[in-house]
Design a protein around this ligand. Structure first.
Ligand code: NAP
Length: 230
């Protein structure tokens, strides 16, 4: 049985991940989000756990994750949730939004991973998937917070991967590309120099459906029975 923790599941890519994971009879999912549609609450393979990912005090700790991992032959954490805001020049960033960005995009993935590695049952492989962004490696004027948190996450998960824990803990950062989700709508509505490029991409129909991208990422990095394939 594969037990998967995933963040930010009520819309966008996270919802698409959850739909795919919950459809697998061999998978149980712990969904961490601020709200849940009824079909997630009622799904027999999903445990919903409300939390504000900007607030470390509301996250499940190692003891809670250990309970969820009971019975697992494989465990995984998908760090999906992120915020694009604040968009703007350094010096004009809203301090609360900046703090929230670091908390959701970087601190929470680090804390949850620390707890998940501690909670992993003896001998059970644990795979960590960090949803990053191409912005981790490019300067997009006004995107300093988002870029820095994604780059920081990639560095953290490179360390997790290097530590390895007898080859039982693996970690990978994945860039999903440009998706047709609420985050892109926020980007098109924001005020920054390259905004028109994102509007043009949307108008040209270049944004990929979250369901398609979620399926590709899971097939590549978190297939059913992943430990027997790697
Ligand atoms: N969209 C793109 O083109 C694109 C490109 C590259 C990378 N990515 C990455 O892909 C991942 C998914 O992005 P998306 O496009 O699906 O974004 P999205 O549509 O904006 O959805 C973000 C998700 O994160 C959740 N979230 C944000 N802050 C939260 C908080 N404080 N507590 C709990 N949940 C919170 C949201 O829940 P609420 O409804 O409660 O806010 C929502 O479920 C992100 O890591 C993003 O950086 C996206």
């Amino acid at each position: 049985m594969r037990h998967v923790v995933i963040t930010g599941t009520n819309r966008g890519l996270g919802q698409a991940f959850l739909d795919h994971l919950a459809a697998d009879p061999g998978t149980r999912v712990l969904a961490l989000a601020r709200s849940f549609p009824d079909e997630q609450r009622d799904h027999p393979h999903i445990t919903t756990r409300a939390c504000d990912l900007a607030d470390p005090a509301s996250l499940p700790d190692a003891a809670e994750l250990a309970k969820f991992f009971v019975g697992a032959t494989e465990a995984a954490v998908v760090h999906n949730a992120a915020v694009i805001e604040p968009i703007g020049e350094v010096g004009a960033l809203d301090p609360e939004a900046l703090t929230r960005s670091v908390a959701v995009n970087l601190t929470t993935p680090m804390l949850l991973t620390n707890s998940a590695v501690a909670a992993r049952p003896h001998g059970v492989p644990l795979r960590i998937l960090f949803v990053s962004s191409g912005a981790a490696h490019h300067v997009i004027s006004g995107w300093s917070a988002y870029s820095a948190t994604k780059r920081g996450g990639e560095e953290f998960f490179a360390h997790v991967a290097a530590e390895g824990r007898d080859d039982l803990v693996s970690a990978v950062s994945v860039d999903p590309g440009v998706l047709d989700t609420g985050m892109q709508a926020e980007i098109r509505a924001a005020d920054f120099a390259e905004r028109q490029r994102f509007i043009d991409r949307h108008q040209r129909g270049e944004l990929r459906p979250a369901a398609v991208v979620a399926a590709e990422i899971l097939a590549a990095h978190l297939p059913p029975s992943f430990s027997r394939r790697s």
